[in-house]
Structure formats: C-alpha cells, structure tokens
Design a protein. Structure first.
Length: 387
C-alpha cells in the first residue's frame, strides 16, 4: 500500500478522501518509468474539511542493481507559504499601483510647477517693465511738480508787487489824502482793499508752499517762552474775531516754561489754525492750550502738545482723511467761505518740518480740536538750518 509522506505528518492515500488519486497514480507511473517529478502542487481536502496546498515531489527508488523497485513521493504542506506569497503579490500590486499613481501625481505636479515657474518669470518680467515705466513716470512727475512749484513761486512774486500797489493806493484814497471821497466810494474802496488783501493772502500761501516743496525753508531754532508766545497771538486773534461774538482764551500747563523750536514757524502754525477756526465759528469760544505729553512706551523724549479748539460747526469724520491735503476744502456748500485750500496743508508741512505731527478730532456739530506736537528738546544754543 503506497504511503504519502509530509513534513506535517504521514497519510495513507486511502485516508485522503479528496486527494486527486488519479494524478497521484499518474505521477507514480511516471516515476516508475524513470522520470523525476520536480514539483507539482495539489489542493487537497482533508477529512476535517480543511483545504491544504501540497507541494509534491517524486523520485524512483532503485535496488542494488540500479533497477527501479518503487517510487518515493514527498508531500510538503505549503499552504501558509502560498498564502504569504499571495499576500506579498497583492501587496506588491498595491505598491506598484501606488507608485504608479504617485509617479503620475509627481509628473502632474512637476508640470504644474513648470507652468507656475513660467508664469512667475513672465510676471517678474512684466513687473520689471512696470517698475521701469513707473520710475520714468515718477521722474517725469517730479520734474513737472518742480516746474509747477517754480512757476508758482515766479508768478506769485510777479503778482505781489502790483497787488501791494493796488492795496496801498486804495488805502491812500480811502484816507482822503488825494481828496474827499463820498460814502459810496468809501465802500467801493474798502471792497477793493478787502479783495486785494484776500488775494495777497492766497499768493502768500502759494509762496509758502513753493518754498517748502523746494526745500528753501530755514528753521531758526531758539529758546521760546510758551507764555510770551501765546501773548503775542492775542492782538492778531482779537482782530480776526472783532466782528463776531467770540471769546479767545489761552492756557499753558503749570510747569511748562520754554522749549526749543522756530518761533516764526510756530506762530504761523497757530495763526493758520486760529484763522481756520474763525472761519467756521460764528459765536462761542476759540482757545489754545499747551500741555506736556509722554509717549506710551517711553521710548522717546517728552513732547509739547498744542490744542486749538473752537465751538464752530465741526468736521465730519469722512472729511478728516483729506483735510491736510493741498487744495482741499471742507464742503462749503452751506458756508460760503473763502479760502485757497492750502492753509492746513502748509500747516501740516510746517509742523513736520519742526519735528512734530498734527491731527484733528472728528466732532461734527460740536466744534473742532486740532492738535499738534513738538519735541521738548533740552535747551541748547540757537541754530539755523535749512530743511
């Protein structure tokens, strides 16, 4: 009776119900005929119902005369090995698909990156062209602005001489030096003088603007007494509010005595702000206060803060953004006020030249408050510098 030997046990062929006996017998016959069976795999159903995969090898058994006297079949249970091989094959297939997918993704990414780089190069070229064009345009604008400023300065100087003559002769005639004038003529002469002075004020604004823009402003820094500075403003301020029921007040915080800056520029800044307040205040009060301030982070020196307040119509919040720009005026549709739109622009430039900053609080219908600061520098000898 043939016996099947396995690494996992020995079975008699008759005991393996589902064994492919036909093929086994064929293999035995082949072996008996002298052929060696290298390996064949068979799926066998064991008595317990479990399926096993066997590797079968066979060789002929020889006697001492080298004749074939039988066959030897070797059964090896390779079920787990086959399962591992199948899993490995499946894993390899998954890895191959993953690698292929990732490779395609990398190729797509590389293509997108290539296009992005090309777009960046193209954008960079466009940016360089735009930058060059802007540089040329900016140079042309600077040149045109310089020519405009020089023209304004030249024409303003040319206008001042005849205008001063018109104002002067109007005053002479009004005084009756050249003979008596009647009431109607006096009113006409006053109108001429008033219009002339207004025009002269506009011309002076243009000259101030041109000097600042061309860097021809000299700062003469000296020790300034804060109390005396405000006292000098009283006569001019009172003349501006003479025709209106307005009170003019000044206040200097206790402990503040003097500071260093350009006195003439500070006076011009304050007079510009007072004149602006008078335009928009029909009654009530205009005041100037001087106080000491300290930076929140204490990283820089203390400063003086000037505040010019009034009880006029105030300023809308949306008007503040451009209020210090050149040729900008607050909506005058209901105020019928004169002005060049340069006063506050010149004021801002003068404040910045003196090392400070200026701003305004939005208080529409509650008056306005303009603030500007100046560095509270230590006392030193007076100096003159061109800014």
């Amino acid at each position: 009776d043939e016996t099947a030997h396995s690494k996992n046990g020995t079975w008699k062929l008759g005991e393996i119900k589902a064994l492919r006996k036909t093929r086994i017998h064929e293999m035995i016959q082949e072996i008996l005929s002298g052929r060696v069976v290298e390996e064949e795999r068979l799926i066998v159903s064991l008595p317990a119902g479990e399926n096993k995969i066997f590797s079968i090898k066979g060789v002929p058994l020889l006697n001492e005369h080298q004749g074939i006297q039988g066959s030897l079949l070797i059964f090896a249970d390779i079920t787990k090995r086959v399962e591992l091989e199948d899993r490995l094959k499946e894993t390899n297939q998954i890895l191959e698909r993953t690698v292929q997918d990732r490779t395609q993704e990398i190729l797509r990414t590389n293509e997108n990156l290539r296009k992005t780089i090309e777009d960046l190069h193209r954008a960079n070229r466009d940016l360089l062209h735009t930058s060059d064009a802007l540089k040329i345009s900016n140079e042309e604008n600077i040149k045109a602005n310089r020519m405009k400023t020089e023209f304004l300065a030249s024409i303003s100087h040319e206008l001042r001489t005849p205008l001063n003559a018109v104002i002067g002769f109007s005053d002479v005639i009004l005084m009756g030096i050249d003979g008596p004038v009647n009431d109607q003529q006096k009113e006409d002469l006053k109108s001429i003088a008033r219009s002339g002075r207004h025009l002269l004020h506009l011309i002076n604004d243009l000259l101030d603007l041109s000097r600042i823009e061309t860097g021809k402003v000299s700062l003469n820094r000296k020790n300034i007494d804060a109390h005396l500075l405000l006292e000098e403003l009283h006569p001019v301020a009172k003349s501006l509010i003479a025709d209106k029921p307005i009170i003019f007040r000044t206040d200097v915080e206790e402990g503040i005595s003097s500071f260093h800056s350009d006195k003439d520029k500070i006076l011009q800044i304050l007079l510009n702000l007072i004149s602006n307040a008078v335009k928009f205040t029909h009654r009530g009060e205009i005041s100037i206060s001087v106080s000491r301030g300290f930076p929140e982070n204490h990283a820089s020196e203390a400063f003086l803060q000037f505040t010019v307040s009034d009880t006029g119509v105030g300023i809308r919040e949306e008007e503040i953004r451009n209020i210090f720009n050149e040729f900008t005026q607050i909506d005058r549709s209901s105020r019928n006020l004169e002005g060049s739109g340069l006063g506050l622009s010149i004021t801002r430039k003068l404040v910045e030249l003196c090392g400070g900053k200026i701003w305004v609080d939005p208080q529409y219908r509650e008056g306005s408050r303009f603030h500007f600061t100046l560095p509270l520098s230590s006392i030193y000898a007076g100096t003159t510098e061109t800014v």
